[in-house]
Design a protein around this ligand. Structure first.
Ligand code: PHB
Ligand code: FE
Length: 331
């Protein structure tokens, strides 16, 4: 008869979430724990592990964007699907392996409830000195036992201009005085402002500002903000450096205009994650991201990207029912 020996875990290094000072969170049948390096996600039938820096960067976006448009994949297993009022949280829903083996798990929540849980988790799990919105070069590290907090960073409000940045009563400009210095990688961006000569009576209607100057002063990365809106047409420019934390699964077409420098995009099938394309966008390039894909961008140097969103709430079902083709033009 064979004898078995159980080798113990070395207790000096493995400490539980509570020993480390972090709270454990639950939402429905999902349970979230963090340790020094990882977020652990438990759900009926499985468990998942994500590096805590990547997890917090994704969580930050999911919270700040109110679950965004369509699917926010934290990686190829875990994420959320926005149903605009309710939200689904899933493990394996858009992963061929999990789906084929019927090991995926999905649960629906009121958006306000899940957002509150996510906010509390983000606040508790973010240590002093770590800013999940900042480029890795511009922030401290998230690892180790609980040490302080960074509520100011994780409670940032996303810019949402009603008409346009700089109009009376709308989102303000950025300046040194308001705490937005020019970023280290945009010191060559001209800061002059356009002259506006409106006909009498149109002073509050005609407007222009230096968008490049405005973006050069952004202190966050991968955070499209609404800088101007006309009905459902939303101009959402953003400054990008390193990697888009989430993999975005579209529920509509969105347009990209690369305003400076370069971003490389991985484009994969929305449902299975199978690779479909690599898109390299250089300054001046324009692309439409189709409604049936997921994508993640890589920006080697801080760059400026204009994301053009169509906020029409009828679009997701029109694409889902194939009333609309997944791409916007045929050549
Ligand atoms: C996108 O998913 O389209 C997206 C998200 C964040 C960005 C840029 C693009 O900063
Ligand atoms: Fe996207």
């Amino acid at each position: 008869m064979a004898t078995t020996t159980t080798l113990p875990m070395t207790k000096t290094s493995l400490r539980s979430a509570t020993d480390l000072g972090y709270k454990t969170f639950t939402a429905g049948k999902f349970r979230f724990e963090r340790d020094e390096y990882f977020a652990h996600i438990h759900f009926p039938g499985g468990r998942h592990i994500i590096a805590v820096d990547a997890f917090l960067r994704s969580l930050m976006r999911d919270v700040a964007w109110g679950f965004f448009y369509g699917t926010v994949n934290f990686d190829n297993v875990f994420g959320t699907v926005n149903h605009y009022g309710t939200v689904e949280m899933f493990a394996g829903l858009f992963n061929k392996g999990y789906k084929d083996a019927n090991r995926h798990y999905v649960e629906k929540f009121q958006s306000t409830d899940l957002k509150a849980t996510f906010e509390a988790m983000l606040i508790d799990w973010t240590n002093e000195g770590f800013d999940p919105f900042a480029a890795p070069e511009e922030t401290g590290r998230p690892f180790g036992p609980k040490k302080g907090s960074n509520e100011k960073a994780v409670q940032r409000q996303r810019v949402v201009a009603q008409r346009m940045v700089g109009l009376k009563g709308d989102s303000p400009y950025r300046s040194d005085a308001s705490g937005y210095p020019v970023n280290r990688q945009f010191t060559d961006v001209p800061q002059d402002e356009p002259e506006i000569h409106a006909e009498p009576g149109f002073e509050t209607e005609v407007h222009a500002f230096n968008l490049y100057g405005y973006l050069s002063r952004s202190d966050v990365t991968w955070n499209p903000s609404v800088c101007s809106g006309v009905k459902d047409s939303l101009m959402c420019p953003t400054t990008e450096e390193y990697i888009l934390p989430i993999i975005h699964g579209n529920d509509r077409v969105e347009w990209f205009i690369q305003a400076t420098d370069e971003i490389v995009w991985d484009v994969d099938d929305k449902n299975t994650g199978a690779p479909m394309a690599k898109v390299t966008m250089r300054a001046g390039d324009v692309a439409a991201m189709p409604a049936n894909i997921r994508h993640r961008g890589y920006s080697p140097k801080r760059s400026m990207l204009l994301v053009w969103e169509n906020n029409d709430g009828r679009l997701p079902s029109m694409y889902a029912n194939q009333e609309l083709k997944p791409y916007p033009v045929e050549f």
